[in-house]
Design a protein around this ligand. Structure first.
Ligand code: ZN
Length: 470
């Protein structure tokens, strides 16, 4: 017997809300007109895809799910970094630490526990796909990765063998995965599905933010989404299936390069440290060295935010990891972001950043990972028979609210254990939050340096608005 209600989450990786436009994304425009939109939706920090994926899957911030960076310090050998985009590297790490990557259950586990089916279709990296359903085979769930059968679940491999082979080019792969979900799942959708499109993110990085190449990739993904919408609206599943459209983070435009990691590697201040993924791992977590490194970073004009562990006054000017919900033993001791602005790029999109030249991208490329408003602003819209239509909610929301809201739509409990809230004001049978919202500002200053992080709170729920050097 099929579920009474089912939910499809469609993620457009890296889509900025202001890139939803009539010329390039007519189908997202069409969806927005029938949806409840959350224009204040926020990503998490670091605003990197696998951190975001884990927050979407678990409804928790990295301080609880434990995937603290795209390139994450190895939990038991912190001098090494793990490429979380590589499913094999994640598996290897799990064997080495004798435990899971994600430290709280995700939608995959929660739905299995409730005897509801769950499916993942992803054209993202193999690691990204795995984080959405790490125990898919145990649960008998359908996982299709566009990167081939070895990254699908057993059920996914069976289905994959009946599909045309996935193309190699990223935009074509995003279209392929969207068409695969539509043609194989829509007629009898699982209780919950995640359809993850790797565009417009890949094109933003490699072809430039708002470049003709990125717009073409976005148009192709939007057209594939439009076919899904057409079939949903025309089909018998229309009253059953609720659709949530989201992005995991935004993008800002690279306006300059700085050899940050190379400079650190050459400086005696960083001797013996692990450097990578926007963080520095200090041998034995020596607090004197943490302070020395933080002070070095705060003296650089290419550095924006600097965070250190919650150990009291480490160095004047730094803010503790907990301010950005990253206080976790796996987090690198010192975290930094690169200087960024709220200025417009030549494309007209607001938000620019310096980029580490080690990343091998040029000026004009799209980038994310930091605390700029352009990186933290995400798309979040919901539509369906259980959801209010044509509404824009002024309440704060974000990635962590997606999982609780999916559970609520399915009539399942579990959201109390999550950091996020049920987006009640979007639901026909739901309500606005009962607490008022309050802005929170964290500031710290040292001799030549000051920074600020702005958050919004509603009851026990918190979202990061932005972080900046001041
Ligand atoms: Zn992403």
């Amino acid at each position: 017997m099929g579920a009474v209600v089912s939910v499809l989450l469609v993620v457009f990786d890296g889509l900025r809300p202001d890139m939803i436009r009539g010329e390039t994304t007519p189908n997202l425009m069409r969806f927005a007109a029938m949806a409840t939109s959350m224009p204040r939706a926020r990503s998490v920090f670091p605003s990197e895809t696998r951190v975001c994926t884990s927050s979407i899957a678990t409804g928790c911030y990295p301080r609880r799910h434990g995937l603290v960076a795209n390139r994450m310090p190895h939990p038991t050998r912190p001098e090494r970094f793990v490429d979380t985009g590589n499913a094999l590297a994640l598996r290897e790490m799990e064997q080495e630490i004798g435990g899971p990557t994600l430290l709280v259950p995700g939608l995959s586990d929660l739905l299995a526990g409730a005897h509801q089916d769950f499916a993942v279709f992803s054209s993202g990296t193999t690691g990204q796909c795995r984080l959405l359903a790490p125990n898919a085979d145990t649960h008998g769930q359908m996982v299709i990765s566009a990167h081939g059968p070895q990254h699908c679940s057993a059920a996914g491999r069976q289905l994959l063998s009946r599909l045309e082979p996935a193309p190699v080019e990223p935009a074509a792969r995003a279209v392929w995965i969207a068409d695969a979900w539509r043609t194989t799942m829509l007629a009898a959708p699982p209780a919950a599905s995640v359809l993850w499109l790797c565009e417009p993110d890949t094109a933003a990085h490699y072809q430039g933010l708002d470049s003709p190449g990125q717009r073409a990739a976005l148009m192709a993904a939007d057209a594939a989404f439009g076919r899904l919408l057409d079939d949903w609206q025309a089909g018998v599943q229309h009253d059953q299936l609720q659709i949530i459209v989201a992005s995991d983070h935004g993008h800002v435009t690279v306006d300059g390069l700085v050899p940050a990691q190379a400079m650190m590697a050459e400086s005696p201040v960083f001797a013996g440290c692990g450097i990578g993924g926007g963080g520095i791992v200090v041998p034995d977590g020596d607090r004197v060295r943490i302070a020395e490194i933080a002070r070095f970073l705060m003296r650089q004009d290419w550095v924006a935010s600097v965070f250190t562990p919650d150990l009291g006054d480490i160095a004047a000017g730094t803010l503790p990891h907990s301010v950005v919900m990253l206080d976790h033993p796996r987090t690198a001791h010192v975290l930094y972001t690169l200087r960024n602005t709220a200025k417009s790029a030549p494309s007209g999109l607001v938000g620019t950043t310096l980029l580490d030249s080690a990343m091998k991208l040029g000026v004009g490329a799209g980038w994310h990972g930091g605390l700029n408003s352009g990186e933290l602003s995400t798309v979040l819209m919901l539509a369906g028979s259980k959801i209010r239509s044509g509404v824009s909610s002024d309440w704060p929301a974000g990635l962590v609210d997606i999982a609780p809201t999916i559970l609520a739509l399915l009539g399942l409990l579990g959201d109390e254990a999550m950091d996020g809230r049920v987006i009640g004001e979007a639901l026909l049978d739901g309500q606005e939050p009962s607490c008022s919202r309050s802005p929170e500002t964290w500031e710290a200053s040292g001799e030549f340096y000051a920074q600020r992080v702005a958050r919004t709170r509603v009851g026990r729920h918190v979202w990061i608005e932005r972080g900046e050097r001041i």
